[in-house]
Design a protein around this ligand. Structure first.
Ligand code: ATP
Length: 210
C-alpha cells in the first residue's frame, strides 16, 4: 500500500518573505511528515488591508528565498485569481489538481487563530483540509478550547493534534518594512537574495544612504 501524499500549504502576504517564515515552514514540513511545502502568496488577503508590494515582486522574492530548499515550491494560484484570496478556493484548487488523492495541510501562525471561525466557508474548509497552527513569538500558546461551541468536537481534536511546536522566531514583515522605510536593512531577518531584490527594485521605500 502506498502512503498518501501529504502536501503542506503555507499561505500569507509574504510582504516580504522573511527568515521566520522559512524557519517555521521547514520545521512544520518535517513535523507533519509532508512530501512538499508549497508557499502560496495571497493576491488580496481577506484578513489584511492591501499588500504593500505587487504580487510579482512577492512571488520573485519567495522564488529566490526557497531556491536551495529541495522540497519547497511556490504557487501563483492566488495571485492569478481575481478577487479576495480565500483559502477555501485555494484548497479546492489543490484538491482538483491532485484529484483528491493528497492530504492537504494549511499552515497558520498562532496570531491568526482568533479569527478562524470567521473564515470564508470555514466548515467546508475544515472538512477539506487540516489546519496546522504554528506557535509564534509574542502570541499565547494555541488553546483550542476557545472553539468549543463554534466547531464540532472532532474538528477541535484535530486542531489540537496539529499544533506545531516550531522554533520561536520573533520577526514579522511589518517590522521589516518599518526598518526598510527608515533606510535600515534588518540584520539576520531576511535571506541575502531578498535583501538584494529589495535594494534592486527600491521596494518598501528603501533608499540606500550614500
Ligand atoms: P505582517 O507583519 O505584514 O502581518 P507576517 O510577518 O505576519 O506579516 P504573513 O505573510 O502575514 O507574515 O504570514 C504568513 C503566515 O505566516 C501567517 O499564518 C503568519 O501567522 C505566519 N507567520 C509569519 N511570521 C511568523 C513567525 N515569525 N512565526 C510563526 N508564524 C509566522
Amino acid at each position: 500500500m502506498t502512503a498518501t501524499t501529504r502536501l503542506i500549504l503555507f499561505g500569507g502576504s509574504f510582504d516580504p518573505i522573511h527568515n521566520g517564515h522559512l524557519a517555521v515552514a521547514q520545521h512544520a514540513l518535517r513535523a507533519l511528515n509532508g512530501r512538499q511545502l508549497i508557499f502560496v502568496p495571497a493576491g488580496q488577503s481577506p484578513h489584511k488591508i492591501h499588500p504593500h508590494t505587487a504580487g510579482a515582486h512577492r512571488l520573485a522574492m519567495i522564488q529566490c528565498a526557497i531556491e536551495s530548499l529541495d522540497q519547497a515550491v511556490v504557487s501563483d494560484c492566488e495571485l492569478s485569481r481575481p478577487g479576495p484570496s480565500y483559502t477555501f478556493d485555494t484548497i479546492r484548487f489543490f484538491k482538483e489538481q491532485t484529484q483528491d488523492s493528497a492530504e492537504l495541510y494549511w499552515l497558520i501562525g498562532a496570531d491568526q487563530l482568533d479569527d478562524l471561525p470567521k473564515w470564508y466557508r470555514i466548515d467546508e474548509l475544515l472538512a477539506d483540509c487540516r489546519i496546522a497552527v504554528m506557535v509564534r513569538a509574542g502570541y499565547p500558546t494555541p488553546d483550542m478550547s476557545r472553539f468549543e461551541g463554534a466547531f464540532a468536537e472532532p474538528i477541535i481534536a484535530q486542531l489540537r493534534r496539529n499544533i506545531v511546536q516550531t522554533p520561536l522566531v520573533p520577526v514579522s514583515s511589518t517590522q521589516i518594512r518599518r526598518s526598510l522605510m527608515r533606510g535600515q536593512v534588518p540584520q539576520g531577518l531576511l535571506p541575502d537574495c531578498v535583501i538584494r531584490y529589495i535594494k534592486e527594485h527600491g521596494l518598501y521605500g528603501f533608499k540606500q544612504s550614500t
